[in-house]
Design a protein around this ligand. Structure first.
Ligand SMILES: C[C@](O)(CO)[C@H](O)COP(=O)(O)OP(=O)(O)OC[C@H]1O[C@@H](n2ccc(N)nc2=O)[C@H](O)[C@@H]1O
Ligand SMILES: Nc1ncnc2c1ncn2[C@@H]1O[C@H](COP(=O)(O)OP(=O)(O)OP(=O)(O)O)[C@@H](O)[C@H]1O
Length: 284
């Protein structure tokens, strides 16, 4: 069984406050990308055989363990993970891998389990990837409301600066908090090809940790991309292109400086992560 674990960007991320459990209350728009990691899974009589980095600490491995444990070990699974998304970049790579493992195991070993709860136990971004598409996220990111957006040509660029999510959240100061995102206005601007008035509250902490990221944002803007923003806790940025050709040109111009890829944002992907009938971006 082959699955694609697409990445995500946050079309705006506002930190509303700090919760008693130490996590942050957030308001965000998740949007799945049209490209991501590849997973090959097949049933085996028992146990988990995993080929990928970090071994048992890999989120894909941990998702298999969580599902099979909850299902009472009805069988085992062999997983091969082929990474394509840069790690620790704010693109939800590990979270998406974990979600695809949960979905694949539900197909292999159907059981009445609370997949959302299992997903949330693996990470705040995992629940979104159970459905993908575009969704408004609240809570720590687990309270999801699907949104409709047409596919948008996008460029994703990761400058290779490692920004662990806990480190960025740990750097959040009271002045980084902000009001709710104007969701309707953002969706309308995106549909009309206008500059969306969104923000990412994590840019403040990320830029305090790595000031050089400000130049990265400026470089994407200089390529004529709209809505340029840090994705999640970074260090990847994304920008919206006029059309596919513009996205490809911008990705080519960025390729010498890190991971750069043109693709699509929005919903409507097939199970293999490609837009039905639309070409995804060239690989990096
Ligand atoms: C930045 C985002 O990617 C935006 O989508 C998510 O908020 C982070 O999701 P994630 O990487 O799945 O985060 P987790 O692995 O669950 O949490 C990593 C660490 O980030 C911090 N964290 C995460 C989510 C959240 N709403 N508030 C937090 O403070 C916590 O310190 C947590 O220990
Ligand atoms: N399957 C996986 N893919 C990538 N990283 C993984 C995986 N499993 C565990 N990790 C570890 O988790 C860290 C975060 O990886 P991940 O790619 O999920 O970060 P991210 O893109 O910032 O995700 P998010 O946006 O959810 O924070 C990595 O630096 C790595 O140490």
């Amino acid at each position: 069984m082959e699955r694609v674990a697409v990445g995500k960007v946050n079309l705006g991320l506002s930190l509303l406050g700090r919760r008693p459990d130490g996590y942050h209350e957030l308001h965000t728009l998740f949007a799945a990308l049209s490209f991501g990691d590849r997973l090959l899974l097949e049933p085996i009589p028992e146990g988990i055989q995993f080929r990928g980095r970090y071994g048992r600490r890999n989120l894909a491995y941990r998702a298999a363990e969580a599902y099979l444990e909850a299902a009472g070990w009805p069988g085992g699974v062999r997983i091969v993970l082929e990474k394509a998304l840069p790690e620790g970049a704010g693109l939800g790579g590990g979270s998406s891998d974990a979600a695809q493992v949960l979905l694949a195991l539900k197909e292999l070993y159907p059981k009445e389990l609370d997949l959302e709860a299992l997903a949330l136990s693996l990470g705040a971004d995992v629940p979104f990837f159970l459905r993908g598409g575009v969704a408004e996220g609240r809570g720590v990111g687990e309270r999801l409301r699907p949104l409709a957006l047409p596919p948008l040509p996008v460029v994703v660029f990761a400058p290779g600066v490692r920004l662990p999510t806990p480190r960025v959240y740990g750097e959040v100061k009271p002045h980084d908090f902000a009001p709710e995102l104007p969701v309707e206005e953002i969706v309308r601007a995106l549909e009309r090809g206008e500059e969306p008035l969104y923000w990412n509250s994590l840019e403040g902490p990320a830029f305090r940790l790595h000031p050089e990221l400000k130049e990265v944002k400026a470089r994407l803007k200089a390529l004529g991309l709209r809505g340029v923003l840090l994705s999640g806790s970074g260090s990847a940025f994304f920008g919206l292109a006029e059309d596919e050709a513009h996205a490809e040109r911008a990705a080519r111009a960025l390729r010498y400086h890190g991971f750069a890829r043109a693709g699509w944002l929005g919903g409507g992907y097939g199970s293999l992560g490609g837009l039905a009938g639309a070409k995804t971006g060239a690989s990096s």
